[in-house]
Design a protein around this ligand. Structure first.
Ligand code: OAD
Length: 244
């Protein structure tokens, strides 16, 4: 199932950069964005995940994020998340970049995580940017307000917004320098995150994709491992002799 090139490379303690997307959390029960049961089939992104949506209907947007937090509160990381946390411990230069906002990598024990689309458990003031930890909001509740009077919003990247620049720059630097890049559980179509595997490949890294289906990245990848990441990642580590 795995090429000899990949297994040999893993044994040489390569510099590794990983990009994860919603598919990594699918086996934990978090819905993905696209595909048959994708979130964006049920909700229109521009009605929920934009500044305009928030300004015109903050109750609805906050209630939707609360609904997603409630889902996450009741689920656990899966073997894919745990395998990635294990990889961080086993390789001397390992960077995990995630587009997921669900905190499951952290819950699985990963420490060095570049969250390029923010984190749904965190909130911030729209006015002064002050971080606000956990928020529990029910429709009908009074809107939360910062002490400066600003509105409190989820600390996630909405459509039309810039990614946190320092975080993305670090991700880009790691993609630029790595020997081995994994693109896992992402449709690899939302930029600029989707540019990271391309950058890595252009700089000479070995590019591996793990996904249940082929994506737009597949033709560029050196190796496409088709299957659920929660099954493939532990198998890969075992085959490479990394204790799981
Ligand atoms: P998508 O929903 O676009 O893609 C999820 C990918 O995971 C698909 O390619 C699936 O085939 C794959 N997949 C599903 N189950 C899997 C499994 N068990 N193992 C491996 N792969 C699996 O989600 P993302 O690529 O993460 O942005 O979407 C990128 C961004 O688009 C999100 O971060 C979000 C969204 O709009 C923002 O909210 C800013």
């Amino acid at each position: 199932m795995f090429s000899e090139t990949l297994i040999e490379l893993l044994k040489k303690d390569p510099k590794i950069c990983v990009l994860t997307g919603a598919g990594v959390s699918a086996e934990s029960g978090v819905p993905t964005f696209r595909g048959e049961n994708g979130i964006w089939k049920k909700f229109r992104a521009e009605e929920l995940a934009t500044v305009d949506a928030f300004m015109s209907n903050p109750d609805l947007v906050l209630a939707w994020y609360q609904h997603r937090r409630d889902i996450i509160d009741n689920i656990e990381p899966n073997p894919g998340h745990y395998a990635l946390a294990k990889m961080e411990k086993n390789f001397s230069d390992f960077c995990l970049v995630t587009q997921n906002v669900d905190n499951l990598h952290e819950n699985a024990g990963s420490k060095y995580i570049l969250e390029v689309h923010g984190n749904i458990m965190k909130n911030k003031c729209m006015n002064c940017n002050k971080p606000v930890e956990r928020l529990d909001f029910k429709e009908g509740d009074e809107l939360p307000e910062c002490e400066c009077g600003g509105m409190i919003r989820p600390d996630v990247v909405w459509f039309g917004e810039m990614l946190p620049q320092d975080v993305f720059e670090e991700a880009n630097r790691k993609a630029f320098q790595c020997d081995l890049f994994f693109s896992i559980g992402t449709s690899a179509i939302v930029y600029p995150a989707a540019a990271l595997p391309i950058t890595a490949k252009q700089r000479g890294a070995y590019l591996v994709e793990i996904n249940v289906t082929e994506t737009e990245l597949s033709t560029l990848a050196d190796e496409v491992l088709l299957g659920p990441s929660g099954e493939i990642l532990p198998k890969l580590l075992m085959t490479a002799g990394i204790d799981v």
